[in-house]
Design a protein around this ligand. Sequence first.
Ligand code: HEM
Length: 537
Amino acid sequence: MDTLKEMVQTDATHTIGAAALLGILFHLSIRPIEFEFVMFHFMAGSLLSFGGLIFAFVRLSEYGVLGGFMKASLFAGGFNAGLLSSIAIYRLFFHRCRSFPGPFRAKLTRFYAANLSAENVQYYKELAKMHDKYGDFVRTGQREISILRKSAVPLIYGPNSECLRSTWYGQTGNDPKKCSIHMTRDFNDHRMRRRAWDRGFSIKALATHEPRIKAKADFFMSQLAKSSGKPMDMSAWAIGVEHPAIKGVHSHMAMLGIMSTVPWLLNVLGSIPGAAAGYSEFFSFCAEQIREKHKDGEKIPQDIVSWLLKAVKDKEASASPSPAALEDDSRVVIIAGSETTATTLAGGAYYLAKCPEKQKKLQKLLDQAMPGGYGQWSCDAVKSVSYLDDFINETLRLKPALLTGGPRETPAKGMHVDEVFIPGNTNVLISTHLIQRDPRWWQEPEEFIPERFGEKRTEMGTDKAPYLPFSLGMCLRLPGKNVAQMSQRTSLSAIAQNFDVSFAPGEMGEEFDKEVLDAFTVTLPPIQLQFTPRKRQ
Ligand code: HEM
């Protein structure tokens, strides 16, 4: 054993030194590339190299397997020490973002954000603390700046923005031909694919959604009527009866939220065979839905996925480029469409209960538009009640379904946000939750005042305030907003027409208001509400 130790220790310093140097050179050589995308290959390669080193030391020298293993370990240790020290020194002292203030550990690694997020899955609160401490520009990752400036909103998310989607959008895979539109990073590919979605959300297509949304609202009303006056957890009810496959995904949302703070982590896990087994049921469910729709062969597509399928069948340039991409698109429809709509509806019901005078006002206006009651409900009548939209807009201001906008990457030349220059190829993002409550732009920011989107618009300066619950890109301009608006209008008006909403005894709404989880989309704490059938005068 002693001889073995001697053998390994004799030239340990040289081994470690050479390996560390190699580690530094490796770091310098990979700096220009988006290493997140090859992280899995790097890890797999490292393991193979380690095995190869042991083999080489055993075969090419007098070491036994244990000696070879120790020698290889020394080499790997030296390499990693060199690599990590070089990365740390570079990130702290030479990185283009070095002048931005932020927590020390955030400058070194995104695992800092993952750690903060893992504590309570409330990274948005941590972000608020960082902005309080460091100001409007905070370095929240080695190359990530969180910004709280109104002027940054169009620069980062606007239709003419020069920023592109960051590596965060590479989490589900590296192949642009196999991913959903949401994860498509190339500007032109994205624009092309949007055309297929446009058709699914055109005015004509929306007409086919209307009766289906109304039928769902009717069913919801009948369920509320059954439990009339008894406490109900609105957070659970808004999600509705979940298909078991979708339930599986929802139960993993918190974990996804934490892991997605490190852009390459999900990518690496997804590349490990079997690691995504928890989602396999959901994946098969989506694939099955598409197969069924293929068989259906509807002449006029009745829903969004059918429109996407039609584009594939018609071999349009805008079609999802592969079966895998089409399935991923269908997953986006389910997750992006259901989760966001449900949390917004629960938020709306919460504000009906919290602000009885606003509820009364809404009910009065709905009654005026439809004097015959719910039996007289129509889309056009509901649209005429602009206060309903103001109510929904204010709900989305205080309770956006996505608390933080997805990170974007600045163009290589960098960009200015007011007086501050943000270097090129830097990830930038804006906290929707923070900027929509910022007192610099929003009067009485913590108060629920739907009138700020209506008659008090000018007085309260709403048009000049930053507002981006649908981001400023595609969800705002095309798909989500129209459908979301239609379903919010339908369900909220139906609730307000049929029921008086109040907090159940003992419910203060505090936890619902203050303790939401940031799991990419919002996960709501329970809220016990009472829906008492209205006595119409
Ligand atoms: C209240 C409801 C909704 C809210 C607040 C909302 C919000 C958002 C936001 C903030 C984004 C941008 C995400 C990012 O930048 O990474 C987004 C994207 C998206 N949403 Fe929505 N959404 C809602 C409902 C819907 C619905 C009902 C659908 C469709 C069925 C939908 C489809 C999409 C799609 C396809 C994208 C990706 C767009 C793209 O890649 O350009 N959303 N949504």
